[in-house]
Design a protein around this ligand. Structure first.
Ligand code: ADP
Ligand code: ZN
Length: 518
């Protein structure tokens, strides 16, 4: 660690030590390197460019998307004695010329600017005559077409690379999956080796993901361990939040709901009650998120599959801000996966976008189906890593894996023999040799695959099927009634029979037993 950096950290910002990767990034940029910094919100990204800007000769240029954000940062920096300013288009002419005089005379440490202003030719020309210590691009995911905050002007920031080739660039964001990250690196011409990713772990949060079986019973069992605590229950639909909130109230909980269809005043009143309450359960859609500032949220439950791993991380991340141990539970079933797929297919988005969304869904299902540590899988998605954590369901009770070739073969042939049009319940009944009225009426008790799956129970077959869907060996007809068919890769599998390790669902353990024992 350079003495200069530490000295600035202490004397200007009043902190004793760098956090996580901050020190490494700061050193790297001070010595002239480019950097891509991926850290969660609150991780301390600002110092990663502010300190190098102070340590290097010249002025640091900071591209930031929001005027309000810039104003806050500038005010805080000035408070600390840093010469910072924001160049914004509605500055009165006199102030603007004074600002440029400051810039040329080297009297400014940091200049914040929105991309639209920065990219104006006369602004770029003028900046080319100033001495720049670095260019920081904050909220860099805004340049990704696939991100949720795409801003066309951010996309044009690659002009900076050509214009200031020798000035270090540092791109920062809190939300970037692999494709977004690749896009940022490519556009800003930053080397993959210059990527710094860290700090995504929330060690006090326990992760558990379970097959959706009987969601109300599962929720009830979970809440037994959280009496007297506040938490959030996320549902997919507005109606469901209301139903579950009412049901929880019947069960004696203090439950409220929150969704975009409510009157603004009611929503705000509920949010305030949650914020101040000691044992309030908020049953909400994803509309409940921004501006939750409650440190003692002790649990977060997803009754339905969230939209992506990013969404899962953000939503579960609302638990345990105070650092005390907190617990999360996500329920998922084949129907959730089919529904999410339908959202994607019916979204009307361009094909490329749909493909990206499908990948995100697969990644989430992969997290749900992993036999390894959940935290490892979660952090790996963000490019971060950890040792097996001991604080997730799969660490506590590792699910077994087994050679799934025979099972997959049986399932695929049951789908084929019944005409590739029936849903999961029917196909599993055929495998188990259930003589239901429907099976008899359709003559499916006569097909060769009837009853060939007695070695697994219904739950295991459902888990196997989900994995085959996630692996895209089986296709679900989501436009129709969820009929299953064999995909092209399913046929390839049947022909080649490559190795296939599948996960067995862990034995269902009633959480109630823990309560009774303790
Ligand atoms: P981000 O931009 O990643 O969301 P910030 O840069 O705003 O995060 O930092 C979040 C908070 O952490 C701020 O209050 C900041 O002052 C504080 N912080 C950052 N680095 C350190 C550090 N090394 N030691 C103590 N506090 C820090
Ligand atoms: Zn773990």
């Amino acid at each position: 660690m350079t003495d200069t950096a530490l000295h600035i950290l202490k004397s200007v910002f009043g902190y004793d030590a760098f956090r996580g990767l901050q020190g490494q990034v700061v050193d790297h940029v001070i010595s002239g390197g480019n950097a891509f910094v991926l850290m969660p919100t609150g991780g301390g990204k600002s110092l990663c460019y502010q300190i190098p800007a102070l340590a290097r000769p010249g002025m640091g240029l900071v591209v930031s998307p929001l005027l309000a954000l810039m104003a806050d940062q500038v005010a805080a920096l000035r408070q600390a004695g840093v010469k910072a300013a924001a160049l914004n288009s509605d500055l009165p002419a006199e102030e603007r010329s004074a600002l440029w005089r400051d810039i040329y005379s080297g009297g400014l440490d940091l200049l914040y600017v929105a991309p639209e202003t920065l990219l104006r030719p006369e602004v770029l020309d003028r900046l080319a005559r100033a001495s720049l210590s670095l260019i920081a691009i904050d909220e860099a995911h805004c340049l990704s077409q696939w991100g949720h905050d795409f801003r066309p002007s951010y996309r044009q920031l690659d002009a900076l690379v050509a214009r200031f080739p020798d000035t270090p660039r540092i791109a920062l964001t809190a939300t970037a999956d692999e494709p977004t990250r690749a896009e940022i690196l490519a556009h800003l011409d930053i080397d993959a080796a210059d990527a710094f990713v860290a700090g995504f772990d929330r060690p006090n949060i326990r992760y558990a993901i379970a097959e959706k079986d009987n969601p109300r019973a599962q929720l009830k069992a979970f809440l037994k361990d959280h009496e007297g605590e506040s938490g959030i229950v996320y549902c997919l639909s507005k109606r469901k939040t209301e139903e579950i909130a009412a049901w929880l109230c019947d069960q004696g909980h203090d439950a409220l709901c929150y969704h975009a269809g409510m009157e603004k005043a009611d929503r705000e009143a509920n949010q305030l009650r949650f914020q101040r309450g000691e044992a309030v359960i908020m049953v909400a859609t994803i509309a409940f998120g921004m501006g939750i500032d409650k440190p003692d949220v002790r649990f977060v439950v997803h009754v339905d599959l969230p939209g992506s791993i990013e969404a899962f991380y953000q939503e579960t991340g609302r638990a345990g801000r105070d650092g005390l141990s907190s617990e999360t539970l996500m329920l998922y079933g084949a129907e959730d996966i089919a529904l999410r797929s339908r959202f994607i297919e019916e979204s009307g988005a361009p094909d490329e976008r749909k493909r990206m969304e499908r990948q995100k869904l697969d990644a989430l299902v992969g997290l749900a189906e992993t036999a390894g540590c959940r935290r490892q899988a979660l952090l790996a998605y963000f490019g971060d890593s950890c040792a097996p954590c001991g604080n997730c369901d799969t660490c506590a009770e590792p699910p077994g894996v087994f050679d799934g070739v025979v099972a997959a073969q049986k399932l695929l042939s049951a789908i084929y023999r019944t005409g590739e049009r029936y849903g999961q319940a029917h196909v599993v009944d055929v495998l188990l040799g259930e003589k239901t009225d429907r099976i008899v009426a359709l003559g499916h008790d006569k097909v060769s695959t009837f009853g060939i799956g007695a070695e697994h129970d219904k739950r295991t077959w459902r888990a196997i099927l989900r994995q085959l869907i996630a692996l895209r060996l089986v296709t679900v007809d989501i436009m129709g009634h969820g009929g299953l068919s064999i995909s092209p890769s399913g046929w390839t599998f049947l022909r080649d029979k490559p190795e296939l390790m599948l996960r067995v669902p862990p034995p269902r353990r009633a959480r109630r037993d823990r309560g009774a024992a303790g």
